[in-house]
Design a protein around this ligand. Structure first.
Ligand code: UD1
Ligand code: CA
Length: 433
């Protein structure tokens, strides 16, 4: 049974407990914001529409989702509770009929598969509820059941008596509603609780009071529903997310020698048979081919591409740079906005000086180039195919080194044409490993 699906993601909360100035849902987690993690999970269900409920620092939150398809933000105004938030969202879904999946923007670990099961478990009930058994249920709504184990309601922690507070099954905060039954129930909500808020959970109480059965789904892993309220929560969520990312690469044949010291953002592509050595950081948007080697102690930043067989060694940083097949930069190098051809050798201590204080410029290093140790290339500059620089050369801004030319000195000047006999494809030099 497949019905139209709309997602309502609640992201209006203040997030006071993080103590930082950026909105909580925009905190970064392995290359995505918390909100993007949540929306990527629901996107796997192909919703017709996604409504993000925003308020605090809404301009930033709205900007962060501007590129997402079928996604609109609605301003909750003063957040008056989860029921109020969904009520506001439903105004943007006035003409929608089908499943309404409610999620939180601060729960980045939720898996699309779990949400898919939650939607499927609703059947013809007015709603289905995701529950979990976390190690520490304090602060969370408890699931109330009758003697036969049937779901009868949710009681907020602060509204619980001692006996109820001892219940270890909690409301994860994810629900699938039927749009048609949800609308009138939201209209009936009253703020009669400890916080004076409109509780979304009271909608479910109405369904139970009307004699409707409400199915629950237990989350397979209680860690997945963990919300981020503080930077300590964020740090713990990062560990889980990082492990998931690394495991996926390992399953695909990427040899990650020491996962505990390897940091790879979400969405990085790495080919099989590539080795990632310890203490390496690879940022979002990097693409690494197969049979490459990265690290130890390497830092690949946004937009860096390594073609097959390229090697980046210790204390090398590459930003928005492209290394052709079989090229190597093995020691103490900065490559920023560099376009390096195939089989080039970038000597130890090479620096592309890409920033003039105002703009960033491109350095082009051709196929088979041999850049001598300690060369500084002030961008924009062009090093032709198989050209060579001497150790310590400073290639001035705007230089155009021709093919096979050897430049040396400070500032670097043409010395001679390279002797073809001294040119060997750099990737044959395997004895350096
Ligand atoms: C809610 C549930 C509780 C559940 C818990 C799981 C209610 C009444 N209680 O708790 O049973 O165990 O989630 O985490 O629903 N938000 C808005 N607008 C609002 C209020 C909240 O967008 O007006 C957002 C928050 O930013 C947050 C999420 O909704 O992302 C949950 O809000 P929070 O206040 O943390 O949930 P609780 O009410 O404590
Ligand atoms: Ca919460």
């Amino acid at each position: 049974m497949s019905r139209p699906l709309a997602v309502v993601c609640l992201a209006a909360g203040l997030g006071k407990r993080t103590k930082v100035s950026i909105p909580k849902v925009l905190l970064p987690l392995c290359g995505r914001t918390l909100l993007a993690c949540s929306l990527d999970a629901t996107d796997t269900l192909n919703p017709q529409r996604t409504i993000v409920v925003v308020h605090h620092q809404k301009e930033k939150v709205i900007a962060s989702v501007a590129d997402r398809a079928n996604t609109v933000c609605v301003d909750q105004g003063k957040p008056l509770g989860t029921g109020h938030a969904v009520k506001v969202a439903m105004q943007a879904l006035a003409d929608f009929d089908g499943d309404v999946l409610v999620t939180y923007g601060d729960c980045p670990l939720i898996a699309g598969m779990t949400l898919q099961q939650l939607v499927a478990s609703r059947g013809f009930a007015p709603c289905s509820v995701l529950t979990a058994y976390p190690e520490d249920p304090s602060g969370l709504g408890r699931i109330l059941r009758d003697d036969d184990g049937r779901f009868v309601g949710i009681r907020e922690d602060r509204d619980c008596d001692d006996e109820q507070r001892a219940i270890d099954e909690i409301n994860a905060g994810f629900y699938c509603f039927d749009a048609k039954t949800l609308r009138p129930a939201l209209e009936k909500l009253q703020p009669n609780n400890a916080q004076g808020e409109l509780y979304l959970t009271d909608v479910i109480a109405q369904f139970v009071a009307a004699g409707r059965e409400v199915p629950t789904l237990e989350a397979e892993d209680s860690g997945d529903i963990q919300g981020v309220n503080s930077l300590a929560d964020l740090a713990m969520a990062r560990v889980v997310m990082q492990e998931r990312i690394l495991l996926e690469h390992l399953m695909r044949g990427v040899m990650i020698e020491d996962p505990s010291s390897t940091y790879i953002d979400f969405g990085v592509e790495i080919g099989a048979d590539t080795r990632i050595l310890p203490c390496t950081v690879i940022g979002k948007g990097c693409k690494i081919g197969s049979h490459c080697e990265v690290g130890p102690f390497a830092h690949l930043r946004a937009g860096t591409v390594l073609e097959d067989g390229a090697e980046i060694g210790n204390f090398v940083e590459a930003k928005k740079s492209h290394l052709g097949a079989g090229s190597k930069a093995k020691h103490l190098t900065y490559l920023g906005d560099a376009v390096v051809g195939a089989k080039a050798n970038i000597g130890a201590g090479t620096i592309t000086a890409n920033y003039d204080g105002v703009n960033k410029h491109t350095t082009r290093i051709g196929d088979g180039c041999f850049v001598g140790s300690g060369t500084v290339i002030v961008a924009p500059s062009d090093l032709g195919a198989r050209s060579m620089t001497g150790a310590g050369a400073v290639v001035k801004r705007g230089s155009k080194i021709g093919a096979d030319e050897v430049w040396v000195g400070v500032p670097a000047k043409l010395l001679k044409q390279r002797d073809p006999a001294t040119i060997k494809p750099s990737n044959q030099a395997k004895e350096t490993r």
